[in-house]
Design a protein around this ligand. Structure first.
Ligand SMILES: CC(C)(COP(=O)(O)OP(=O)(O)OC[C@H]1O[C@@H](n2cnc3c(N)ncnc32)[C@H](O)[C@@H]1OP(=O)(O)O)[C@@H](O)C(=O)NCCC(=O)NCCS
Length: 175
């Protein structure tokens, strides 16, 4: 399989939305509206075009990842961060490492752009292999109930979260 990763373009939007729908179609915890979230985020201030990546195999879009801007807010300070949501791979192409490649590539690009950390709510077994740690270790909280094993953060630089704590503030498009 010849896999290529690149920034998503406007021409990819339709294929990406279809792929997200297909990826989440049979996922129990999903409400199957993730493609709507991506559509809203693309039009929002939280959108960073360089952090919407697609994976292409055989001239077909088979994977997608989106990292969007969020804040971590403490009583006295506001810190910039990113939310990973969602990452999707077409069912026929899952378990071939594509999701992992998208996650790693998004981390590299986010670091290049000067971001320090990435926060997500996700599968406890999957994300730690990419360096994700529990948010509770850093006193980072969510504005709603999240099982502690599912709230995770990736430090893109060694001291990314020195002095950082507080509550994650999602852009309104997440609601
Ligand atoms: C999650 C997803 C993006 C992973 O992409 P992928 O290309 O299949 O994953 P990779 O090939 O990089 O990694 C495969 C590993 O992920 C694990 N994995 C895949 N989907 C998983 C899930 N829903 N829960 C837990 N682990 C999962 C596999 O068991 C495998 O683990 P192993 O290496 O220990 O055997 C993809 O399976 C997908 O699109 N799933 C449906 C949508 C979804 O749940 N997205 C994540 C929530 S935002």
């Amino acid at each position: 399989m010849n896999l290529k990763l690149r920034q998503e373009s406007v021409e990819d939007y339709l294929a990406v939305n279809q792929l997200i729908k297909a990826a989440f179609a049979k996922i129990e915890f999903s409400d199957q509206t993730e493609h709507h979230l991506v559509t809203r985020l693309r039009k929002s201030e939280a959108f960073v075009p360089e952090l919407s990546l697609v994976a292409i195999a055989n001239n077909q879009v088979v994977g997608h990842i989106l990292l969007s801007k969020i804040k971590i807010k403490s009583e006295h300070q506001i810190f910039d961060s990113l939310a990973l949501a969602p990452v999707s791979v077409l069912p026929d192409f899952q378990n071939k490492g594509i999701g992992g490649e998208l996650i790693e590539a998004a981390h590299v690009k986010a670091k290049e752009l000067g971001f320090q950390s990435v926060i997500l709510i996700g599968h406890a077994d999957y994300y730690p292999r990419f360096g994700y740690e529990l948010t509770e270790k850093y006193q980072i909280n969510f504005p709603f109930e999240v099982p502690s094993e599912n709230g995770m953060v990736k430090l893109l630089t060694e001291h990314a979260l020195d002095g950082v704590s507080g509550e994650v503030v999602y852009p309104k498009e997440f609601a």
